[in-house]
Design a protein around this ligand. Structure first.
Ligand code: SF4
Ligand code: SF4
Length: 395
């Protein structure tokens, strides 16, 4: 795959960048246990969010209480996909001791080795970029490490014995210079069932794979005598999408996901931050900003209206499309599953057939062709979301 490497990423910085507080993330807020110290502290500071946070919590209640909305058989798939990955979230798993002897490395050779290892372990693509401090969370906001946590399923209730890392509300520091960003492809057929226990299973499976590879890669680097920390679904210290954009893994799309040159938006991300000397990859301009400006397919297909049909807005110093995460999560609550419609309908997420690869290459080069490709995608795959059937093994 030819990449269009450029000096600056395609998001537009228009003001001072500021760090995002993980406590404000809807996935942190939905997990606030009513009446807990964290919930009371958060809602004293944000009384305007009390009502809406009660509503978004319904998603967690649904996946944990199958009798309320899902069948036990369906909920079992969610728990299979998302449950065990929390075991990879412990501080001593994402990070840990660094070998006392430091292996001296050639940055270009080591970057090649790291990429080969990541691909071997299960990543579908990997690039190395600088770690911009603006993409580090300002404060820890995600459980599982507080009392009453009972999500996916309740492996930890309160801080585990011997826990010596960040608790909810603590400032986050990630003192590394580089980030190794990895993309993991999802199965199109399962994802295309769109907000079902089968798409949940696939999303959880791929997040778990990303978590495993990131923790393995970080352990490898620490054994070489260099600090390294894995960032994955259940323990992020950084915003993985802009970190991946800076490494040239793709561009930020209208739907808020990374858009990758051959996986489109059909992927999940994980990364490792480190001080291991590595040759850096530049960002890319694949024409996706123009493609998204002319496409809007995810926005029109989104059942909750969470994806904007209009212009970009300025978010913490960056001009970008901004989805409404509350609308999105409320729809998930309604389904009782994570919705995957925007990733499924994206014309760039189509199967990697020789014809599709050729068309994508032409679209990268020729802006005039992009509009035609959007229409062609509508014609071949339809404008609206068409759910795929459940897998045969589901009986
Ligand atoms: S996941 Fe579903 S509800 Fe959320 S933004 Fe995508 S299409 Fe909309
Ligand atoms: S569906 Fe269209 S507008 Fe949405 S992310 Fe994909 S290319 Fe961009």
């Amino acid at each position: 795959m030819v990449r269009w490497e450029v000096e600056c990423p395609t998001y537009e910085v228009v003001g001072a960048l500021s760090r995002f507080d993980e406590r404000d993330n809807v996935f942190s807020r939905e997990r606030l246990e009513p009446g807990s110290i964290e919930e009371r502290a958060y809602h004293v500071a944000h009384p305007e969010l009390v009502k809406i946070d009660r509503r978004i919590r319904a998603f967690i209640d649904a996946v944990n209480s199958p009798e309320e909305s899902n069948s036990q058989v369906d909920a079992a798939l969610y728990k299979a996909g998302f449950g065990p990955v929390v075991g990879l979230a412990l501080p001593d798993v994402v990070d840990g001791e660094v070998a006392p002897t430091q292996v001296q490395v050639d940055p270009a050779g080591m970057a090649a080795r790291i990429k080969a290892l990541a691909l071997h372990l299960g990543a579908d693509d990997v690039r190395v970029g600088p770690l911009n401090p603006a993409w580090i969370y300002s404060h820890r906001g995600t459980p599982p490490f507080f009392a009453g946590y009972r999500s996916n399923p309740p492996h930890f209730d309160g801080l585990p014995q011997g826990y010596r890392d960040l608790a909810w509300g603590d400032p986050v520091e990630v003192p590394h210079r580089y980030a190794i960003s990895m993309a993991f492809a999802q199965d199109r057929d399962l994802l295309g069932t769109g907000g079902t226990p089968f798409s949940d299973l696939e999303v959880g499976r791929v997040y778990a794979l990303g978590a495993m590879v990131a923790t393995q890669l970080a352990a490898y680097i620490r054994a070489l005598g260099w600090p390294a920390r894995a960032h994955h679904l259940r323990n992020y210290g950084v915003l993985v999408v802009p970190v991946a954009v800076d490494a040239g893994l793709g561009e930020l799309g209208r739907c808020g996901y990374l858009m990758h040159p051959w996986l489109g938006t059909n992927l999940r991300l994980a990364c490792v931050t480190t001080d291991l000397p590595l040759a850096l990859d530049p960002p890319v301009d694949l024409g996706f900003q123009d493609f998204c400006a002319n496409c809007l397919k995810c926005a029109t297909a989104c059942p909750s209206g969470a994806i904007p049909t209009g212009e970009k807005v300025v978010v913490r110093g960056v001009r970008r499309w901004q989805i409404d995460p509350v609308k999105c999560l409320l729809y998930w609550s309604h389904l009782g599953s994570a919705c995957t419609i925007c990733q499924t309908v994206c014309p760039l997420s189509r199967p990697r057939t020789p014809l599709n690869r050729l068309l994508a290459r032409v679209a990268f080069r020729l802006p005039a062709v992009r509009r035609f490709l959007v229409r062609l995608d509508d014609w071949v795959y339809g404008r609206d979301f068409r759910p795929a059937p459940p897998p045969a093994w589901a009986g």
